[in-house]
Write a protein that binds this ligand. Sequence first.
Ligand SMILES: C[S@@+](CC[C@H](N)C(=O)[O-])C[C@H]1O[C@@H](n2cnc3c(N)ncnc32)[C@H](O)[C@@H]1O
Length: 277
Amino acid sequence: MNDPDSDIKSMKLYHHLNRVMNELRELGKDETEVLRVDELSGFDQLHYHGTEAVDEAIRAVGINEHSTVLEIGSGLGGPARYLASATGAEVTALELQEDHHLMASDLTARCGLGGSVKHLCGDFLTHPWDGERFQAIVSWLALYHIPQREVLLERCRSLLEIGGFVYAEDLCERRPFDDLEKEELRSELYANYLPTRDQYRLDLVASGFEAVLLEDMSDDWTAFTRARLDQYLEHRDRHLRVHGEEVFETMCGFYETMVRLFSEGKLGGVRVVARMI
Ligand SMILES: C[S@@+](CC[C@H](N)C(=O)[O-])C[C@H]1O[C@@H](n2cnc3c(N)ncnc32)[C@H](O)[C@@H]1O
């Protein structure tokens, strides 16, 4: 049987967790020193436009100090920590990969946010919940990893309070991929569900959600990923010094792949706001 926690490691972005330690060392932090959320933002947000994209969710869904929020696929915990510190919301951060989960938990504790961000390790499709309910479910670049959209949305419904919101930034298909491209997307991005924007809407509606917003982010993310690669190469010497050659080459390879996939015009991006009805 497939093990999603190890299969997902086919994606280069998830190879070198030591990037985080390297960046902390570069900041002059020892292994236990207290950290601030804003000190980590340059490297703990594994999606496009960093904390600005989290601000979008805060505005779109109206997250505040009374909100209870679940993040699906919380990675290194960057969005969850920023959400909690910017709004005072109570955030539950669910992450599939154990190494990322452990790193995220440690960073959160060192930021003094252990009381407002709860880290859980598990697969959203199977994680057992104990009657918890949330006002909002948020997710950045994680849903396309997860197969079985119907099950995923049904689980979202069962975890949301009536009228609750889903906010997601996700990959999608702009034009059809051929079999070879699908194979590449599966191994390089661990893509398990890449619907068109229309299909995204149909899935939401079929599962009892009102699609409030389905914004096409494709051009924006094409430009973003290109600028990200250019910037990474511009600071080549710095990255080689801080991370070494293996990490540098891996990240370049990943950033180049994303530029190519977006530029070819078949891979797209979508920002979704949906309300449970
Ligand atoms: C591109 S990262 C984004 C992390 C975080 N949302 C951020 O923006 O910084 C996507 C994350 O989703 C997680 N993920 C993938 N499938 C998952 C699942 N079935 N359940 C929980 N997390 C999952 C991955 O392990 C990965 O850490």
